[in-house]
Write a protein of this length. Structure first.
Length: 202
């Protein structure tokens, strides 16, 4: 049985049985452990904490049990994102260079549609709007889930984000992001430096 991030109450309960804390995907031999904890109330409208899960050869990733209520009734859209960070150059750490880090961001469909429409309003012609649609369409997908509560990322997203073996699912309140461990380490360092510069200490 397949589902598309629209679950009734019975399906949520059944899904929770297969998505427990510290569960392992033994069929595919991919470890899937959750390293955070949260309120976990069904229907809570927030993605919080971080979870480390395996990525199998088909690009399947376990959806955290703490977030399962967030998927109820709302399609989720995944799209490829990129951020630029400063990294020390080899042989001379005092000199930094720019590095592009790609990751996948997942958001409820209404939020994606609002962002997309806002981007289209910046286009000055219908030709530009069509170009934007073509540009974005190959970098996004509505998530599908299998009966074990795993979602699949196509190669068009998984490859550029370098998601293989292990991924971090990072809660960002109203969205969540999927990062490779290496990219997330660089992003965390850049985030810390930026917030320190802004004198923001959490």
């Amino acid at each position: 049985m397949r589902w598309r991030a629209r679950l009734d109450e019975r399906q949520v309960r059944e899904l929770g049985m297969g998505m427990g804390m510290g569960a392992s995907d033994t069929k595919e031999g991919v470890a899937s452990t959750e390293t955070g904890a949260g309120p976990g109330a069904a229907g809570r409208p927030y993605f919080t904490l971080r979870f480390k899960h395996g990525v199998d050869a088909q690009g399947r990733v376990q959806f955290p049990s703490r977030w399962k209520g967030r998927a109820t009734g709302t399609p989720l859209v995944a799209l490829l994102r990129e951020m630029s960070v400063a990294v020390p150059t080899k042989g001379n750490p005092s000199i930094t260079d720019k590095k592009a880090l790609r990751y996948v961001e997942v958001m409820p469909a209404p939020m994606f549609e609002a962002h997309f429409e806002e981007a289209l309003r910046g286009c000055t012609s219908e030709a530009a709007r069509q170009a934007a649609r073509r540009r974005f369409s190959w970098r996004m997908v509505e998530l599908d889930f299998d009966g074990a509560g795993r979602f699949s990322l196509p190669e068009e997203l998984k490859g550029p984000a370098e998601l293989k073996g292990t991924a971090w699912l990072v809660g960002c309140v109203h969205t969540f992001q999927v990062w490779s461990p290496e990219h997330l380490e660089c992003a965390d360092a850049d985030d810390a430096a930026l917030l320190a510069k802004e004198n923001i200490h959490w």
